[in-house]
Ligand binder design. Sequence first.
Ligand SMILES: Cc1cc2nc3c(=O)[nH]c(=O)nc-3n(C[C@H](O)[C@H](O)[C@H](O)COP(=O)(O)OP(=O)(O)OC[C@H]3O[C@@H](n4cnc5c(N)ncnc54)[C@H](O)[C@@H]3O)c2cc1C
Length: 411
Amino acid sequence: MPAPTVVIVGAGQAGSQTATSLREEGFAGRIILIGDEPHLPYQRPPLSKGHITGNSSRDRLWLHPRSFYEQHEVEVLLSERVTTIDRAAGTVLLDSGVSLGYDHLVIATGARNRSLPLQGAALDGVVGLRTLTEADDIRCRLADVSNVVVVGGGFIGLEVASTAVKLKIPTVVVELADRLMGRVLSPRMGDYLLDAHRSRGLHVELGVNVANFSGRDGRVTTVTTSDGREFPADLVLVGVGAVPNTELADAAGLPTDNGILVDEFLTTADPRISAVGDCAACPNPYAQGRIVRLESVHNATAQPRCLAARIAGTPEPYHSVPWFWSDQADLKLQIAGLTTGSDESVVRGSPADGKFSVFCFDDGTLRAVESLNRPGDHMASRKLLSAGGTLTPEQAADTAFDLKAHIATLV
Ligand SMILES: Cc1cc2nc3c(=O)[nH]c(=O)nc-3n(C[C@H](O)[C@H](O)[C@H](O)COP(=O)(O)OP(=O)(O)OC[C@H]3O[C@@H](n4cnc5c(N)ncnc54)[C@H](O)[C@@H]3O)c2cc1C
């Protein structure tokens, strides 16, 4: 019998990790990694951090050099878009007209920025940030702008905004909700970060909608909010979330719902097709079994590892503790677990010193820990959550309580 072929659609973090993990698991068949961007797979997190200041070199973005893929016999097809999945034939069609057969297909198509269908959104200077090409463009623009407006107070928006403030560019964040990062952070941490950003010189407007963008000679000059105020801007970053790239799966008749629906083994409704990373929606034990879609490097590396093990013959359900980080100027935020749905939170450490963690509980069970400049708490929390989250709020708040020793009694 010929060795099986795995075709991976999407040469991002999850696609590249799938190929890498398959080889680590001893998979000896053919691996074809197809990406529609012109670049080798790269890391996106630096794009909204060091890369836009020009402080990090491009070479540090690549997940692996080209030689790595050659050595591991991973065929990488770049600037190629998969347009159709033919499940009956077991083939994918590329926009170049090439058809490729698969024994197993992995969809790792990621997500794209949500657009704002507002008047003026097409003006020069109104930008989004997801790709290296977009980051290069923002880097050039930042060198020569007078006023930045960021629409959306989420992670990427705040990272770019704090970078602009560091570059001494007057910067305004306009956020529709009444809190920063409200969907993913506890009110305590969100409120702290709001004060911290304001004290560092960032102008934050909460509870305000953007009405339109206007400009001169095709270039943006002004952001008008729904309450009629005007903010000068020669660079506007729209960071209002992402939508998963599910169109291929939809067209192939695979169920989707804010993501390609997969089971705990990351398999779609078709046993020959799996989905991983930002595009996949999966039952998550750390969300009490609810189906969630996560956008994080951890998710885009841990899911492919789990999937590769299954394809190579050792299936295990996916149950990795979710974690995430965000660097906003000197504010190093790390989150373990999923914050949504907690009914009690306690603080460990010193907010006054800018080093503390918020431990979030639901019905007495630890669900998530948000750490600011306290990496030790973050590492301990991941282990704690993995071991079942047995900790009382009193223990969490007591800095004399030894988390490491406690974890040792649990594992
Ligand atoms: C600016 C930025 C900063 C971030 N910072 C952090 C951070 O600090 N911490 C953190 O944990 N996470 C961060 N993330 C999130 C993290 O980078 C993503 O969760 C991760 O990249 C997801 O990997 P993925 O492979 O699922 O998707 P992607 O990396 O988006 O890769 C998907 C690839 O598939 C391609 N593709 C889509 N459709 C097709 C098709 N039909 N044919 C061929 N190719 C296709 C896409 O163009 C893309 O190249 C950040 C993301 C961004 C954009």
